[in-house]
Design a protein around this ligand. Structure first.
Ligand SMILES: *Cc1c(COP(=O)(O)O)cnc(C)c1O
Length: 393
């Protein structure tokens, strides 16, 4: 086997400032992780409510490890489905207001498994162009015909649905878009899906826990009846701050997935302790609405300051507040300069985002303070000035 071309490909990536590297954390996930022996102030985690290192969640995890051990031993359908998994599914269904919920080991797998269980090569799948990679890959795996409409462009979507001849159609969108932070036009998507008899699937990985008074995400934010969103995916690695994902929906949906969803069937169940920890996160997430309020006030503070500084932010009310820079080189340079001043924000570059829209993806957590947001703003201003990065204006 000849892997010489890999070397070349890697070198090219470096040249184009698209090379990706990992930073090694030497501490728990928090707003102040330790990297290279140095404490930094982080604005790039999806731990939106600050639960990743919460003592109660850790305690539930430990107790469950004592009771259930570490590994689940097999897939859910074999002998890996413990009472912790089962209770979490019931509680998630109760939280979202659906008949059932089904756990998956990751959000990526949930999307792959749901779409390929509901679609085949005779189906059509309509997706927002900026949908998460896992949703785009899911459509590919299903072998359905794929139709990607321009971001949020429901008129374009409506036109294309009108000319559809497929019997089985899915309409799929992020609830909160992961790299932009803006929201799907949920009411219009619901109406279009009903008019054209398409199965609506919303992946609310970044909305659940964050949006809505109770934290039910975009559904609650737009006061949408959950019955009108037949397939709702939530992930557990973000606001819930553990790992895994769930699909919420009807009895028939969940039973179908248990029979047919390959990424559910052919994989080991998440450890029971992860489910137990998530049950605790769910309790906290529901009860402590102050976390959402605090998060919103930090976001508002940042937006006000960023606009005053002339930063190119996006129209977003969520915890995701990207600053669009443009070139990958500039974005990388800014990210490095920020780190020199102990602020961690990763440079998001193509192909994760479209060419020419590289960005600093700033995210907030309920455990940030107003002072830390001010520190971020003044450091951004500083770095901008010293870096001659006119693209940030
Ligand atoms: C993070 C994310 C996923 C993947 O979830 P994991 O549990 O991290 O695999 C899926 N969809 C969206 C919109 C996401 O942001």
């Amino acid at each position: 086997m000849n892997l010489d071309n890999l070397k070349e490909d890697l070198a090219k990536r470096k040249e184009k400032h698209l090379y990706r590297t990992r930073k090694v954390l030497e501490s728990p996930q928090s707003v102040e992780p330790v990297i290279d022996g140095k404490k930094v102030l982080s604005f790039c985690s999806n731990d939106y409510l600050g639960l990743a290192n919460h003592p109660e969640v850790i305690k539930s995890f430990k107790e469950a490890a004592d009771n259930y051990g570490v590994g689940s031993g097999s897939a859910h359908l074999v002998s890996g489905h413990s009472s912790e998994h089962h209770a979490l599914e019931e509680e998630l269904a109760g939280f979202m207001g659906t008949e059932r919920a089904l756990l998956y080991s990751t959000g990526y797998m949930a999307n792959m498994g749901v779409v390929s269980a509901l679609c085949d090569r005779h189906s059509e799948i309509y997706e927002d162009k900026l949908n998460h990679a896992s949703l785009l890959d899911a459509a590919l795996l299903s072998r359905a015909k794929r139709i990607r409409y321009p971001h949020l462009d429901t008129e374009n979507l409506a036109q294309r649905l009108l000319s559809s001849e497929a019997k089985n159609k899915m309409l799929i969108s992020d609830g909160v878009f992961s790299m932009d932070g803006d929201l799907a036009p949920l009411d219009t998507l619901v109406n279009l899906s009903e008019q054209h008899d398409a199965i609506l699937m919303i992946d609310d990985a970044h909305g659940i826990g964050v949006l809505g008074e109770k934290g039910k995400g975009v559904i609650e934010h737009f006061a949408t009846d959950i019955q009108r969103v037949p397939v709702l995916v939530g992930t557990l690695g973000k606001a819930f701050a553990t790992a895994g994902a769930f699909v919420a929906g009807s009895e028939e949906l969940v039973e179908t997935l248990i029979q047919k969803s390959r990424s559910y069937i052919f994989t080991t169940a998440m450890p029971a302790a992860v489910a137990a920890a998530t049950r605790k996160s769910l309790q906290i997430l529901e009860a402590e609405s102050w976390r959402r309020e605090k998060l919103q006030s930090l976001v508002n503070q940042f937006r006000k300051g960023a606009l005053e500084l002339g930063l190119n932010i996006v129209d977003s009310i969520s915890a995701i507040q990207p600053i669009i820079i443009g070139s990958s080189e500039k974005t990388l340079l800014l990210s490095e300069k920020l780190l020199e001043q102990d602020i961690l924000i990763s440079a998001i570059r193509p192909p994760t985002v479209a060419e020419g829209t590289a960005r600093l993806r700033v995210t907030f957590s309920a455990t940030h303070t107003a002072e830390q947001v001010n520190q971020l703003l003044s450091t951004l201003d500083d770095v901008n000035k010293t870096c001659h990065c006119e693209g940030t204006k």
